[in-house]
Design a protein around this ligand. Structure first.
Ligand SMILES: Cc1cc2nc3c(=O)[nH]c(=O)nc-3n(C[C@H](O)[C@H](O)[C@H](O)COP(=O)(O)OP(=O)(O)OC[C@H]3O[C@@H](n4cnc5c(N)ncnc54)[C@H](O)[C@@H]3O)c2cc1C
Length: 238
């Protein structure tokens, strides 16, 4: 496994609690939309075993043409050792990244695509939308629905409605409106539904979509195949 040590080149305050860390791209490193990495902080590999409290999965919120690896995360006042250490990082500090993989590349199957996210889950979708803006081939249209109880919605420059690009956006700040809207979107029985958020959020979205007749192969999760099956237990017929 290759570990890349790289420097923070910019820190963007997206909202009072959410920051994007832009990292220098190690030479030769590339990725596709929907990718995530392992982000690790200094000292994570100092002992015999990796120190898990200094490692987290993070989506890459940028595309390679932006020349930086973007990591967007919410850091609350009460936070983990990982986040409190990251919060103290400054431009020029080094972090390690490894194991890049995408579970949620943009499917180009001539379907309508629905991006359902909670909070910073939107970061996973930013590169999918940029990729679509760059090349809309075989994607009918994209709609993004994001719930954020803080009402400080992320990436307003990218997540803005663009009729000419067949891109629509909805932000809501409460669960009632959110799930009502998911139900409405599920009226599209051929659509592709991407979901990013906590496991509990995934379970609730899947339940609503399945009730409306959406099939598992129309639902994309940021999970490897093995973990994905836990969200779609085989229904045993007695
Ligand atoms: C494929 C994948 C991609 C991911 N992409 C991203 C991403 O792009 N961005 C991202 O942010 N996360 C992402 N995650 C989730 C990420 O890996 C972390 O699990 C998540 O950010 C929580 O981080 P944390 O455990 O450091 O906890 P924190 O975020 O610090 O804390 C979690 C919750 O516990 C509370 N808490 C923590 N410590 C304390 C304390 N001492 N006292 C009281 N309350 C406390 C916090 O207030 C918060 O509500 C991804 C996960 C996966 C699997």
């Amino acid at each position: 496994m290759q570990i890349y040590w790289t420097k923070i080149n910019k820190i963007i305050e997206e909202t009072p609690e959410v920051k994007t860390y832009l990292l220098d791209c190690p030479e030769g490193l590339t990725w596709e939309e929907g990718s995530h990495i392992h982000l690790a902080l200094e000292g994570f590999n100092a002992g015999d075993k990796p120190n898990r409290s200094l490692i987290r999965h993070m989506s890459i919120s940028t595309l390679p043409y932006e020349n930086s690896i973007g990591i967007t995360t919410r850091i609350k006042e009460q936070c983990s050792e990982f986040k409190s250490t990251l919060r103290n990082h400054k431009i020029g500090d080094e972090v390690a990244i490894f194991k890049i993989h995408s579970n949620v590349p943009l499917k180009r199957e001539d379907k309508n695509v629905y991006l359902l996210s909670s909070g910073v889950g939107l970061a996973t979708f930013r590169p999918l939308v940029l990729d679509y803006f760059d090349r809309a081939d075989n994607v009918n249209q994209i709609h993004s629905l994001n719930i954020d109880s803080t009402s400080d919605f992320l990436f307003p420059d990218v997540f803005a409605p663009a009729a000419d690009k067949k891109f629509t956006v909805q932000f809501v700040d409460n669960r009632k409106d959110y799930y009502e809207e998911v139900k409405n979107l599920a009226a599209d029985k051929e659509g592709l539904f991407y979901i990013v958020g906590s496991d509990e959020f995934l379970v609730q979205n899947i339940e609503v979509l399945r009730e409306q007749g959406i099939k598992p192969d129309q639902i994309m999760l940021d999970k490897r195949e093995q973990q994905r099956t836990e969200f779609f237990p085989v229904e045993l017929s007695m």
